[in-house]
Structures are given as structure tokens and as C-alpha cells.
Design a protein around this ligand. Sequence first.
Ligand code: DC
Length: 229
Amino acid sequence: MTVIAIDGPAASGKSTVGRMLAEALDYLFLDTGFMYRAVTLAALWQGIDVMDETAVTTLAHTLDIDIQPAGTATDGRHYTALLNGQDVTWDLRTPAVDANVSQVSQYLGVRQEMVARQRAFGQRGHVVMVGRDIGTVVMTDAPLKLFITASPAERARRRWRDRQAQGHTTDYDAILADVVRRDGLDSGREHSPLRPAAGAVVLDTTGRPPEVIVAEILAQFSVVDDLLA
Ligand code: DC
């Protein structure tokens, strides 16, 4: 079992890079943020107050959360996310989920449940796993750990472009403020705060296309792969 652990802040390019890397290496790809988003969406849909830690934690344990290949879908998705069997791929990306997911992902009970599910996924074999705590908590034995970052302004620009492409009209300044707010929540939280794992390779994607970053990682990987062989 080889897992490549990728962590980094919101919209740093880590998912794009992780996906391309998985493709290049013929690895499975798991973007763990979708799980915290699914819990958040379920709470919103069921009218559960996201500030109610006990209720949200109980909910998290009951949910069937799954991910499948995009298959024949032609709407630009990279995978299909299922919540209790329902396709929620795009529902997970709405501003309402964005606004509440940092709160939900702070809860220890929610995290423990999601981490257990992520570790089970890691057992499937060769996986590129992306998140905030993959190198520090979920897959501490990963032979290659990466921390992918970019400036807040660059990350806000990417989020803004994604939103436009999805047909949402959102103010750039509001997005930048939200990126900075979420950085604070993700890095300052008590449980599993966002930070580079010991030994992680830190890559800054500001102004650099994902192809360049992936080439750099593949060079790092070949060193690790030689050590594993
Ligand atoms: O990567 P993303 O934007 O889809 O992540 C959504 C939220 O989930 C974000 O607030 C951080 C949190 N998250 C986390 O705490 N741990 C992870 N492994 C992945 C995401």
C-alpha cells in the first residue's frame, strides 16, 4: 500500500495536482474534503444546526458517503459524490456548504469518523489522498508527503473563476475574505489544524501551472519509489 499524502489550504491547486498525479501514476484519487462537505450538506438539508456539535456528530455516523468515477457524465465533474445514494457532486460546491464546512470539520467526533473511512480507503492500494491532515493524522506513514500552497489572492482568483464557470455570480472581495477566514479556521482549530507534516515537501503554486508542479512531484516521487523498491 503506497499513499501519497497531499495537504494544503483551500484552492491551493492541491486537488488539480493530486488528480493529475494520480492519473500519471495510475493511482486512485481521494479528495477527502468531499466527505466533510457531505456531512455539512446533510446537516443543512435536514435542518440540523451546524453549531450543534452533538447533533452533527451523530449525523456524521449515520451517513452513507461514497465516491465513484465520473463515468459518462459530461458536466465537467471529476468524480461522482453520493450521499445516501443520491448524486450530490455539485451540491457539495455551493456557497452554503462553503460557508459552513469549516465549522463542521472542527468537530472531533466528525473527524474521527471521517478519518476512519479515509484510512479504509487507503487500504485499497495505491492512492493519492488530498486534504488538510493526511500527512499529519490520516496517513502518517505515507512515504511521500506534500504541502501545496499559493498566495491568498491567487487562491481567491481560482475560486472566483470556478464559481463563474458554475454560473454563480460572486464578488471577488467576498471570496478573498472567505478564503482568509477559512484559512484562519482550518489552521487555528484545536483538532488536526492545517500545517505541513514533518518531512513534507512544500510547493508554492502561485503563478505556476499544475503541469509544472506535477513534474516536480514526479521527480520527488522517483526518489521515494527507488527507496521503496
Ligand atoms: O478541500 P475542501 O475545500 O473541499 O475542504 C472542505 C473543508 O473540509 C475545509 O474547511 C477543510 C475541511 N477538511 C478537513 O478538515 N480535513 C480534510 N482532510 C479535508 C478537508
